[in-house]
Design a protein around this ligand. Structure first.
Ligand code: ZN
Length: 285
């Protein structure tokens, strides 16, 4: 199912992104076995990353966001690419508290900051950073990042709803990003747009109905895509890394530790390479 829709609205002066990120958040929760509190903050970061990935123009484009502070949640890292494969980790998978704004405000702690690395695939990656606003939540932090680092007065709203059983019943995102030539009147419309009500329409009717009901836009110019939680690690990829590491190094690690062990923190998967694997990779002449 296509769960992300992008189009231009308000006389083509504003880029609109609507996404239902429920499946992405559920997969993140499953892989990392998250508490309600952790699922809430991590889910919001995954949802924002879905938007940031959708903004990438080059097919080799990749973007990653790291949120660090002295709070209980520890670092949150999320990444995505132009194919809308999103992945991430949260250091504290057992964050206490309900899935609500209070947990969100406390989780990053004081002096938290956001760093973003965007690789558009041609020149050197763009690196931007900003401090998380003291009393704000994560959405305000993402908005602050766009305002300061990218000079784009973007409005972002994410939501994650965790039910009594600790399951994610809905997660979504709405983002409005004025283009550089947007006039004052349009900017004020963006300012006043009710993002919460758009999110609840996505929840009840999906992204397509939400766009149809709320904006006067030509359906033929919509861009609809599928965003998923997917890690890009694989045993095959790691095998290639080991081959480039070389036989001597690989056999030394196996002698010392019994095996080469690699943990992928994006999908919580452990890989192990033993001396039998080394024999296969580096066969005797
Ligand atoms: Zn992985």
């Amino acid at each position: 199912m296509k769960n992300l829709l992008r189009t231009l609205i308000y006389d083509e002066q504003v880029s609109l992104t609507l996404a239902d990120t429920t499946a992405i958040v559920r997969e993140g929760m499953r892989l990392h076995r998250l508490s309600k509190g952790s699922a809430y903050v991590f889910g919001k970061a995954l949802s924002a990353m879905t938007f940031m990935s959708a903004c990438l123009k080059n097919e080799r484009g990749e973007i990653s966001l790291s949120l660090k502070g002295d709070g209980d949640c520890g670092e949150i890292g999320v990444s995505g690419n132009q194919a809308l494969r999103i992945r991430g980790f949260i250091v504290n998978t057992d964050l206490q508290g309900e899935a609500n704004a209070e947990t969100e405000r406390n989780a990053p702690g004081e002096n938290a900051s956001i760093t973003i690395i965007r690789d558009d695939g041609y020149t050197r990656p763009f690196v931007g950073a900003c401090a998380l606003p003291q009393k704000g939540g994560l959405d305000e932090g993402f908005e602050e990042y766009f305002r300061i680092s990218e000079q784009l007065p973007t409005r972002i709203a994410t939501t994650v709803i965790i039910d009594e059983n600790g399951e994610c019943s809905f997660a979504g995102l709405v983002a409005l990003q004025p283009l550089p030539f947007a006039d004052e009147e349009t900017l004020s419309k963006v300012e006043k747009a009710d993002l919460e009500s758009l999110l609840s329409t996505i929840k009840t009717q999906g992204v397509t109905a939400c766009a149809k009901e709320n904006f006067d836009v030509e359906e033929s110019v919509w861009e609809e895509k599928k965003a998923v939680y997917k890690c890009n690690c694989s045993r095959r990829y790691l095998t290639r890394v080991l081959v480039s590491l070389g036989e001597t190094q690989m056999r030394q690690i196996i002698r010392e530790d019994g095996a080469v062990r690699v943990h992928c923190h994006y999908c919580n998967t452990d890989y192990e390479f033993t001396s039998e694997d080394a024999d296969l990779l580096f066969p005797k002449e």
